[in-house]
Design a protein around this ligand. Structure first.
Ligand SMILES: [Zn+2]
Length: 106
């Protein structure tokens, strides 16, 4: 059912959904993941926030950018843990944090 199997990666993306196949890197439609609607909505909210905070955001300072990225990654990590709990051991799930700041300031 799921692309190459049950290995998925949660990674925010600009203009696409934040769930990926860990094997072939294809984007996976969020509705293909059997998690409750409430969690899907929060995942989409988190993904939208990524675009606003880190892609489109006109930041004032490097510190502010790093702070927003840290918040984004904490939130994403927390969402990933909740998705893991809901899907159980049938799926292998990893979280890929944003490292845009490395490209911008590194
Ligand atoms: Zn795949």
């Amino acid at each position: 059912m799921l692309c190459c199997g049950r290995k998925i990666k949660i990674e925010a993306a600009f203009a696409s959904e934040p769930i990926w196949c860990s094997v072939c890197k294809s984007n996976i439609p969020i509705d293909d993941i059997p998690i409750k609607q409430e969690l899907i909505q929060e995942l989409q909210e988190w993904n939208r926030a990524f675009s606003v905070w880190l892609v489109d955001y006109k930041f004032k300072s490097t510190e502010e950018y790093f702070e927003l990225e840290t918040r984004h990654n904490q939130w994403g990590n927390e969402l990933t843990e909740r998705i893991k709990k809901e899907l159980g051991h049938a799926f292998f799930i990893v979280f890929a944090p944003s490292n845009l700041s490395l490209y911008m300031y590194g």
